[in-house]
Design a protein around this ligand. Structure first.
Ligand code: ADP
Ligand code: MG
Length: 283
């Protein structure tokens, strides 16, 4: 068969097999292999390495797109120098992702703009790159989904929030929730407890959660499960959004620690207080 026809058939077959990268680079690779006298093995290996790399990159992009992330940030983009109060070793240690295997939770606490969402996103991106299923949601969105599913009587809109191996619930405590919503959140936390990891970000210290969630009994039950196997990272510092615009520290109010001694916690600073939001700051 003439070479031209072989090329055409190969092109068609590569299209049918959806090997788009091989199809794209084949002419150039054939030339390189001829001029540099590659073995068949080396040529095949180079072609399939490229195809697999592209498929992997597309897979990660698809996961990240569908995960509801507010933005894409990595840990390399996080300036630890700007937030000297953050335990760098503790945070960097989380990126080995073993907390997902151990079904541990991570809770980032601190005032607005200190990087809570950034760190949560960076962990979710890393987890997705390593093949984990991830989902990002805010407290308000989560409650909407849980309520919708209760109405229909089946897990639908909240499916990913239940099933993903890592779920980020951002902005817990930004808006108060009523007793019924508190119950829904409890069910969510209880479902994931010891089954899968959840990352929570909040601008409220744990002792302020009771006020927000109305029912102290349920709040205790929620915190009990969330904190039992968890890492709490308190970020005390200034808002990155106000970087270069401040002459005085933003934080003024300090609240006491609130963790019960029975919980197995790894906290970034034992004596460190959990800070409340500074007055007048908005997220
Ligand atoms: P919040 O604590 O309110 O969730 P974010 O994590 O959303 O704050 O941070 C606000 C913005 O500032 C984001 O664009 C984030 O990437 C950036 N940012 C916050 N802290 C840092 C930091 N230490 N280094 C680099 N960027 C940061
Ligand atoms: Mg945030």
């Amino acid at each position: 068969m003439p070479e031209q026809l072989v090329m055409e058939r190969l092109d068609e077959n590569l299209t049918r097999l959806k090997l788009s990268r091989v199809r794209q680079i084949l002419p150039e690779m054939l030339k390189a292999s001829e001029s540099e006298s590659w073995s068949y093995l080396r040529l095949l290996d180079a072609l399939f390495e490229e195809e697999v790399a592209l498929k992997e990159q597309n897979r990660i992009e698809r996961i990240l797109k569908g995960a509801g992330l507010p933005y894409l940030k990595t840990i390399e983009e996080f300036e630890f120098a700007f937030q000297p109060g953050v335990d760098r070793r503790l945070v960097m240690g989380l990126f080995d992702l073993t907390f997902i295997e151990r079904k541990e939770n991570i809770i980032f606490l601190g005032p607005p703009g200190v990087g809570k969402t950034h760190l949560a996103v960076a962990l979710a991106v890393k987890a997705a790159e390593c093949g984990e299923t991830i989902h990002f949601t805010t407290m308000a969105d989560l409650i909407d989904r849980l309520r919708a599913d209760r109405q229909t009587g089946r897990i639908g809109r909240a499916r990913r929030c239940y099933k993903s191996s890592l779920v980020v619930v951002d902005e817990v405590g930004y808006t108060p929730i009523d007793r019924d919503e508190c119950n829904l959140f409890y069910q969510f936390v209880a479902m994931r407890y010891e089954k899968a990891s959840t990352i929570i970000t909040s601008n409220k210290a744990f002792d302020e959660w009771s006020e927000l969630f109305h029912d102290p009994v349920i709040v205790t039950a929620i915190l009990d499960r969330l904190l039992h196997h968890s890492v709490v990272v308190n970020i005390r510092g200034n808002s990155y959004r106000l970087k270069g615009k401040l002459t005085v520290p933003v934080l003024s109010k300090v609240e006491g620690p609130v963790l019960s001694p029975s919980t197995e916690l790894r906290v970034d600073s034992v004596e460190g207080p959990v800070l409340s939001m500074a007055e007048g700051e908005v997220s």
